[in-house]
Design a protein around this ligand. Sequence first.
Ligand code: 9MR
Length: 472
Amino acid sequence: MFSKRTLRSAVGGSGVALLAVTAALVAVAMPSAHAADTPLRTLAEAKGIYMGTALMANELTGTSASIASTQFDEVTPGNEMKWDTVEPTQGTYNWGPGDQIVSFAQQHGMQVRGHNLVWHSQLPNWLTSGSFTNTQVHDLMIKHVTDEVTHYKGKVIHWDVVNEPFNEDGTYRSDIWYNQIGQSYIADALTAAHAADPAAKLYINDYNIEGENAKSNAMYNLVKSLKQQGVPIDGVGFQAHFILGQIPSDFEANLQRFADLGVDVAVTELDVRMNTPATAANLQQQASDYTKVVDDCLGVSRCQGITVWGFNDATSWVPSTFPGQGAATPYDENYQPKPAYYAIQTALGGSGSTTPPTSPPTTPPGGGGACTVGYATNEWSTGVTANITVTSASAVNGWTVVLTYPGGSRTVTQAWNATVTQNGSTLTAKNLSYNGTLAAGGSATFGFNANWSGSDPKPSGATLNGTACTVS
Ligand code: 9MR
C-alpha cells in the first residue's frame, strides 16, 4: 500500500489542536462541480504522496478556497513568503500574508511548502540597491533565512531554501548572492535554515531541470557535493513549468538519479501551457502530459508529492508572462475541472469520472440483510481517510447513514458525496442531490477525511434511515 514512501501526516501540528477544540459539530460538503470525485488529496495520500497547489492570499475565500481545501493537501504561497513581501524594509517583517496562508492550511489539514528564502527575483529595493559589502550581503541573507524559518518553525514542512540558482548552461546565475558571496551562499543558507528549524525538509528548487541536460547536471553535481560535505539538503524541487507535449521522456529517470544521491524529490510548480484559446485536442494532449508527470513521480519512491502552480486558469501566472498562451492548469477559468484534472485523478488511482456509479451490484453484499456498510480506511499517525459504501436491500429515496463509534476522538475536515455532520462519537451522513435514490440492492459511496487522536476504531454500529446495518 504505502510500501515505498513514508506516508506523511497531512496536518500541521498546530492544526490538529485547532480543529480538535473548534469542531464539535462539523458540516462539510463538496462543491457541486466535482462532487462525485474522490478528491485528489485523498487519492494522493493513498499513494503515499501529497497533492499541492500554489495559492495566493486573495484566493482564500469562495470557490477557490473550497476547491483548494477539498482537492489539495499542501499549499505553496504564490508570493506571500518571498523576500519583498516578508521584509519590505530592512529588519522589519511583514508576516501577515504568509500567516494567512498558513492558518488557511491549518484549518483544512493541509501542509505548507515555504517558498522561498534565497532567490534572484522579488527582492526588495533596499536590498538590491543598498550597496552592501559582500560580508553585509552574507549576513543579511543569514539573518533573513534565520528569522523567516524561525517564524514558521513547525508550520512549514518543506522549504524552498534556494530558488533557481542556475543558468540554462549550468553556470551559476549571476545574482546578488552568487556575485557577492560566491557559490558557498547555497550551503550557508541551507545550514542557517536547518539551525532555525531542524525538522523542516530543505530543498533547492529550479526549472528546466526535469530532463537530463546541462542545467540538471549542474544541479546534480551541486547536490552530490553538498551531500558529500554534510550540508543539510533534503530534497530537490523540479518546478515543471512545461510546454504542451514537451514533458521530457527521461523525467522519471532524472528524478531517480537525484533520489539515488540520497535526497527527496518533488514536483513543485507544475503547469502545462498551450496556445490560447485551447482546442479540445490540446486539452487531451495536456491530460496526457499531466498523466505522465503523475506517473513519473509515482515511479520514484522518493518523490514526495506534486504541486500545481495554481490550480485554475483564472489566476495562473502564465497568460501575463507568455502572451497568447495559458490554459495551463487542471481547472478552467470558471473553476470547472478539465481533462487534465480527470487525468490526474485517474493516474492517482481514482475513477477519473464525475459520474457516480449507477449500476448496483446484482446481489446485495452481506447476505441480503436490510443494509450493509462497508468501511475502508487509510490511516496515518494523526489522520484517516474513510471510504464508505452503503448498500440497501430495498429501494430508498434519500438516505441518512449514522455511524456510531465505540471510542476514539476524531474531527472530520472534509467529506465527499455526502454532507457529514459530527456529534461526539456519532457521524451522520446525508445524501447529496445526485445520489439519494437507491434501487433495491443499490449502493452509494461517500467518504471523509478526519484527524484523530488516541485511537481510531471502526464504527461498532451503523443505521440506514434508522434501520440497523451490518458493518464490514
Ligand atoms: O506565481 C508567481 C507570480 O504571481 C509572480 O508574479 C512571479 C514573479 O516572478 O512569480 C511567480 O512564481 C514563480 C515562482 O515563485 C518561482 N518559479 C517561477 C514562478 C512563475 O514565475
